[in-house]
Design a protein around this ligand. Sequence first.
Ligand code: ZN
Length: 464
Amino acid sequence: MKITFFGAAGEVTGSQHLIETENLRILLDCGLFQGHRVESRRKNEQFHCLPKTLDGVILSHAHTDHCGNLPGLYKAGFRGPIFCTPATADVAEVMLHDSAHIQEEDARYLNRKHPPELPRIQPLYDDEHVTRVIKQFETIPYGEWHDLSKDFRLRFQDAGHILGSAICEMEICERGDWKRVVFSGDLGRRGTPLLHDPQRVDGCDVLITESTYGNRIHPAADDIKAQLKTILHRAEARGGRVIIPAFSLGRTQNFVYFLNELYNAGELPAIPVFVDSPLSSEITSIYRRHSAVLDVEFQRCMQTDRDPFSFPALRYIRSQSESMELNYRKGAFVIIAASGMCEAGRVIHHLLHGLSDPKNIVLLIGYQAQNTLGRRIQDRIPIVRVLDHDVKVQAEVETLQGLSAHADAEDFKWWFEGLGAVRGVGRAFVVHGEQESSQAVAHLLDHVCDEAPTIPKFGESFEI
Ligand SMILES: [Zn+2]
């Protein structure tokens, strides 16, 4: 068996790992690279996995950095099945249509600056590619083995990261020898109210694990609530707005649920909250529809609170005109808008109008990758470029660390102990992290592995 890393190798986006056996070529995830526009475009256009010859794709979850280039893969000739959980299929459909829309807008933006005598820049893919590729989804519920062929079996376990997210357990036979391969996907956290804890799985011959927050310990939920309350009260006293860039998928639902908990406890300041994202509203409906796979604590909450994704001061905004009205709204209020790293979406307009006002607060609640506007704001670069304008960063910038949907060092340690308890790990590959966090995870893993864990580079192949 050969494994090659074509993305999320030494970085956190573009998850794509190729497994090749004598009979099959299977791609784990097909994510979009995000970050610097021109460089990402180049990386997203080139597939090194030979799409036409792939026998299938296994999709861990519906975040764009894991599924976002599936339409590109279709465009490049891939026509095989895409295996995922039922909730992932529903969420990915919505995410990919939205992504096609972003690709089309991106091309329009690039063409405005493009010399007119040169051929027009085409979008990476369009809505038609999305409509076609989602027909290739084949869903498998959690906990059931599925035969891809007589020598390749797959089972999904709950990764507890977002709705539908899965740890992928594979059993692969070559020349009569079965090997067990585990891909963590993105691993969630223990003890969150909305999602289950990540499922612990038995050891394996090969482990591919993410490492986003392997060098962090997330603060406890009570500390985050206290910090959030202080920030909201400060905004209320100043009459400023709190701009919260948030991914529409996962982070927004977690955060709204968190605010709802504060509301139910009578601890939320009386200021309006707007979720300014049609995509978030749509995904929240999918969360409601698949609530059976959410945590018991959520089920318990639903017995007294019919809709834990809503409270009286909260409004979901769909139309653009309502979104623009917020620019002129007076007084304190909260806007939750995508995208989470401020690279696209309505949050950019809110930043353009709000970033230079010292009364306002930009509250970052998620990971900010290098070379994104979110990271530049987090690093408090004095002047940032927003939609072709130079904008002074005079608003207060706050970061709430603990709301991440990614495992921290303690969670990894706990999950690796599960692997170590039964048979341990033969060979481990640490992906989906910046250098320091990947090294920290490699260190945590070392004692359950036969060989020292590897942090692969882009394009590196390993014979197992
Ligand atoms: Zn993810």
